[in-house]
Structure formats: C-alpha cells, structure tokens
Design a protein. Structure first.
Length: 74
C-alpha cells in the first residue's frame, strides 16, 4: 500500500502513513492527467517539427540555398 511521509514540525517526529483510498484515487487521477498532458505536448512538438521541415522544404523549392534558409530560420 502506498505511503506518505509526515513530519510534525512542532515535535520533529517523522512517520510514514498509509494513503487513504481518496488519496490513492487522487494520485492515480493526477498520474493520468500528467500522461495526457505529456501526450498532448508530444503531439504539439511533432506538429511543430513537421511544419518547420515543410517550411524549409518550401523555401528550398523557391530556390533558396541551405545557408540562406539557415540565416532566415536558424
């Protein structure tokens, strides 16, 4: 069973306490939310990379050299 570390600041006593069912549910929901956020960020990053490559290819089609494209977009 998952536990949390609790420190009583007034006494300095440290204890490990089992999580309640509600805390476990909240922890699992937070994990699902983090995974969904990471997946969304990966999609955005992939789209940005694809768009950048397509933009550079279009500039190349227009006759710009690799050096000129690098100077424009980095």
């Amino acid at each position: 069973m998952p536990t949390k570390h609790v420190v009583d600041c007034s006494t300095g006593i440290q204890t490990d306490v089992e999580l309640t069912a509600e805390e476990i549910t909240a922890m699992e929901a937070d994990q699902v939310a983090r995974e969904a956020e990471q997946a969304a960020e990966a999609v955005v990053a992939a789209k940005a990379a694809t768009d950048a490559a397509a933009g550079k290819a279009k500039l190349k089609e227009l006759g710009l050299s690799d050096d000129q494209i690098a100077a424009l977009v980095g």
